[in-house]
Design a binder for this molecule. Structure first.
Ligand code: FES
Length: 70
């Protein structure tokens, strides 16, 4: 699923960036470009980072849930 439409970056690539050590949207942007332009996807990127770090950096076993709760 595409998360960053400006850069065409999907959730898999963002998870890879987190797996490589990204812990904030700025680092994710530096690693894969997601969130580097309009910033509209940053809440979704933060959610991926939060979920992965909460899951022990493995992305959890149920990574197909919502990106962001209301
Ligand atoms: S949608 Fe990601 S920077 Fe614009």
């Amino acid at each position: 699923m595409i998360v960053c439409h400006c850069e065409g970056v999907n959730d898999h690539t963002i998870r890879e960036a987190v797996g490589r050590g990204a812990r904030c949207p700025e680092t994710v942007a530096a690693l894969c470009g997601a969130g580097a332009l309009c910033g509209g996807c940053r809440p979704a990127i933060e959610d991926v980072v939060d979920r992965m770090t909460a899951a022990g950096e493995h992305g959890g076993q149920s990574g197909r849930g919502r990106l962001r709760s209301a």
